[in-house]
Structures are given as C-alpha cells and as structure tokens.
Design a protein around this ligand. Structure first.
Ligand SMILES: Nc1ncnc2c1ncn2[C@@H]1O[C@H](COP(=O)(O)OP(=O)(O)OP(=O)(O)O)[C@@H](O)[C@H]1O
Length: 268
C-alpha cells in the first residue's frame, strides 16, 4: 500500500476554478518524487490535497490507507508535512528557534527529545547559528530553510516541499538535495515541486508531469525528459544535457554530464 495515494481526484476552489482533474498518484515510503509543470498546472493544489489542507471535490486521498476526509487537517498534517511555497505564509514566530519548535510543542514530547529534534532540524537546514534570529530579518532563501526545519522537526511520514529551489544558490540547492536524500533514506516519502529542471535531472529518478490540471506523465525522469513532444506539450524545457544529447542524435544517454561525455568519447 502506498503511503500517499490520490485516486481519480478532482478539486474546485470555492470560486469555481477547477484546479485539479482526475489525478491519480501514489507515493511510497522511502520514495522521492519531483512534480513539474508550468504555472497554474495544478501542482500546489495537488500537494495541498495530500496533506489535508484541501479535501477533494471528488475522488479519494488516502494517507497510509486512511481517507483524509475522515481526519482533521491537523491529524493529516502530522503524517504529511507541507512546506509552503511562500515562507511568509508559514512563519509567524519571532525567533527561528520558536518557529522550528512550534509544531514540536504541539506533539508534547519529552524535553530532551524535543531538543534533539530541534537540533537535528537546525543542523540539516544550516540554521544552527541563526536560532536566535528573527526569521523576518533573514533573506527569503534562509526563511525557506526555517519553514523546512519546522516541518522536519515534526518528523512526518511524508514531506512535501513546494518550490524549495526558488531563489536558492548552489549551496542551497545542494542542501535541499541532501535533505531529500536524508528523508528518503529514513523511509520518508518526499514530494518536491520545482521549476528547476537541472535540479530534477541531477537528483531525481521519478518525475510527475502536470499540465492543465492533470498528471500527463509519471515515470522515469530520463525517459520523460527525452520525450521532446511530451515536454513541449507541457511547456517545459528539457535539461541542457538531454537537449544536447538529442541534438547530437544520442538517445538513452541518461541525465548526467559524465554519461554524455562518455557517450561522446565512445562515438569518437
Ligand atoms: N486559492 C485559490 N482560489 C482560487 N483559485 C485558485 C487558488 N489557488 C490556485 N487557484 C487556481 O487553481 C489553478 C491551479 O493552481 P496551482 O497553484 O495548483 O498551480 P501550480 O501548478 O502550483 O502553479 P505555480 O507553479 O504557479 O505555483 C490555477 O488556475 C490557479 O489560478
């Protein structure tokens, strides 16, 4: 049984906008998935359905087999943590320490366990020296890590990261990749929405492509990125290495620069 499973899910916002239509998607424990698609494709709505912030208009969302409609949003959020696209929609405490500790306090853990989790979340997100800062004084890229840390501290079974790569420098991107790998290695499911195709090529093997409210592809990143027609239909750019391989008439090369260089050497 998948940890998070959407079955033929549709969702309309109260104003009537149909944002997601007939989406079926399953994510297992220990699996890391990238969700890509142009603006307005339905990505954020889909992941908010995963953590109970939104309930389907039709179809079902199950977390560990339990229909989210039978649980409160707070109950679902403990199993599926959602890191908001905009950190300012999430942050409301006046110190990094209090912000990371907010969800933890609600879990009513023993003090030592709370401290351990807070320290681990701060370490993973690079915030150890910033715990006494006011998050509102920190740059957007760091505020994003504050919101990631507060979800990591709760240690949900699944973590959804909504555009964590936006505005990050190379070190930030590497840190986000390391957090994803850490979570997956610990058996957590990780769902990452991103517009950064190079990041996806570097760090993901499974990709879900959304376009016009629907999942249009779900599978191996290398195959999907190579499918020029599917990428164009979803209005997505191919990662540079895939585009170059295609122009050189090479197929099945994979997603790494090293593999492309090797294929070129073999052809020479
Ligand atoms: N709160 C809301 N009320 C009404 N319509 C909304 C709301 N949020 C999103 N929408 C609409 O739902 C559709 C899907 O939006 P969604 O944010 O899920 O897409 P997205 O793929 O995450 O886009 P982006 O990459 O820009 O974040 C869009 O037409 C959007 O305008």
């Amino acid at each position: 049984m998948a940890l998070v499973e959407l079955s033929d899910v549709s969702f309309s916002y109260p104003g009537g906008t149909l944002a997601v239509e007939g989406v079926s998607l399953a994510v297992d424990a220990g699996e890391s998935v990238a969700v890509i698609g142009q603006n307005g494709a339905g990505k954020t709505t889909t992941v908010k359905l995963m953590n109970g912030l939104l309930r389907p208009t039709s179809g079902t969302v199950r977390v560990d087999g339990v229909d989210t409609r039978t649980r409160t949003a707070a109950q679902v959020a403990r199993r599926v943590g959602y890191v908001f696209q905009n950190p300012d929609d999430q942050i409301f405490n006046n110190s990094v320490r209090r912000e990371i500790g907010y969800g933890l306090r609600r879990l009513r853990l023993e003090a030592a366990e709370s401290e351990r989790r807070l320290a681990e979340a701060a370490e993973l997100t690079g915030l150890v020296d910033l715990l006494d800062e006011n998050p509102h004084d920190l740059p957007l890229s760091v505020r994003k890590f504050v919101t990631i840390a507060s979800v990591l501290a709760v240690d949900p079974d699944a973590v959804v990261l909504d555009e964590p790569t936006a505005g990050q420098d190379r070190a930030g991107l590497e840190r986000i990749a390391a957090i994803g790998a850490h979570l997956a290695a610990r058996g957590r499911a990780v769902v990452t929405i991103t517009h950064d195709m190079e990041f996806v090529a570097r760090h993901f093997t499974r990709v879900v492509v959304m376009a016009q409210r629907r999942v249009v592809r779900d599978g191996a990143a290398a195959e999907i990125f190579e499918d020029t027609a599917a990428m164009a239909a979803a209005r997505l750019a191919q990662p540079a290495v895939v585009e170059l391989a295609g122009r050189l008439g090479l197929r099945g090369v994979g997603l790494s620069v090293e593999a492309l260089a090797e294929a070129l050497r073999a052809r020479a």
